[in-house]
Design a protein around this ligand. Structure first.
Ligand code: NAD
Length: 282
């Protein structure tokens, strides 16, 4: 089995940090030429010439939500490499809209839409002709969230758009199958990144307790998702896989609300001051 990406060109949106950056580095390590679209000018400067993303990489300052930026980005990739094989639609953000739906306003809905769904249309639409051009097929990888697979009361609208990414992935997988372009999705559980800085969010003394809701007993690392992206990108690994979703979540989707008690028993009982169920372990 040839787990290499030599000769392939990959574009990662939001590749300047977190999950996107880990994916870009993994692809470069496997021999791909990597293009990164990053909105933050300081990150763009820091990335240019970074050996971890390869000497022949292309780092473009672009807002994945803006049609003109995206058109320029695809133009530059075509000019430099003449091809595109892998697209990772990684941009997404909860925008800290942690409140109930009735407290949200239309501007917040629009911003969450732009950040979590609309740009997938803009970027993918622009990229398809260049992926098709080579006639060699390709791989599109959409980064969604575990919140796209359950009810998420803290930010219903973010969750709604992440659910929509599943529909987009499935429909597009069928639509592009005649071009041998595979389309799949990665759904991360809570992962330590700039937008989810776990050390700031959870006091160290509660970290172990918080991680007990995850069967594999730890939050995600960007590299966990890079592994999944490599699987979807390398034809020898996933040439017969399209339209699917991979939950990279330490098993939390499987646990579906069950969490481990300090004594190691699993429960989905509510946290109350005293035991409500007579059996002890549910
Ligand atoms: N971190 C988590 O816990 C978690 C959980 C579930 C899903 N996700 C999803 O994973 C993806 C990546 O999240 P992350 O935590 O790595 O993010 P991050 O904030 O750490 O990194 C995102 C990068 O994208 C850049 N960026 C932001 N907006 C952009 C735009 N419009 N155009 C181009 N670049 C832009 C940022 O500057 C940053 O470098 C998102 O889609 C997010 O919804 C993350």
């Amino acid at each position: 089995m040839d787990i290499r990406l030599d000769g392939k060109v990959a574009l990662v949106t939001g590749g300047g940090a977190g999950i996107g950056r880990a994916i870009a580095e993994a692809f470069a390590e496997l021999g791909a030429k990597v293009a990164i679209a990053e909105i933050d000018g300081e990150k763009v400067e820091a990335l240019r010439g970074d050996p971890k993303i390869g000497a022949d990489s292309l780092v473009i300052q672009a807002d994945a939500r803006k049609t003109e930026d995206v058109a320029q980005m695809i133009f530059e990739i075509d000019r430099k490499y003449g091809r595109l094989d892998i697209l990772v639609n990684n941009v997404g953000h909860h925008l800290s809209c942690f409140k109930s739906l009735d407290m949200m306003d239309e501007a917040e809905w629009d911003a969450l839409y732009d950040y979590n769904l609309r740009h997938l249309f803009v970027v993918t639409k622009a990229a398809i002709p260049l992926i098709r051009k080579g006639g060699r097929g390709g791989s599109i990888i959409n980064i969604s969230s575990n919140e796209g697979f359950r009810g998420y009361p803290s930010n219903v609208v973010y969750s709604a758009f992440k659910h929509a990414v599943t529909g987009l992935t499935k429909g597009l997988a069928v639509d592009l199958s005649s071009d041998a372009i595979r389309v799949n999705l990665i759904a991360p559980e809570t992962t330590d990144t700039e937008s989810v800085p776990l050390n700031d969010l959870i006091a160290p003394e509660y970290r172990e307790a918080a991680e007990r809701c995850i069967p594999l007993r730890r939050y995600g690392r960007p590299a966990d998702h890079a592994g999944a992206a490599v699987y979807f990108a390398v034809d020898d690994l996933s040439s017969w896989v399209t339209g699917t979703s991979m939950l990279v979540d330490g098993g939390s989707g499987a646990a579906a609300g069950f969490y481990s008690l300090p004594n190691g028993h699993w429960t989905n009982a509510p946290v109350v001051e005293r035991e409500v169920f007579n059996s002890g372990n549910i």
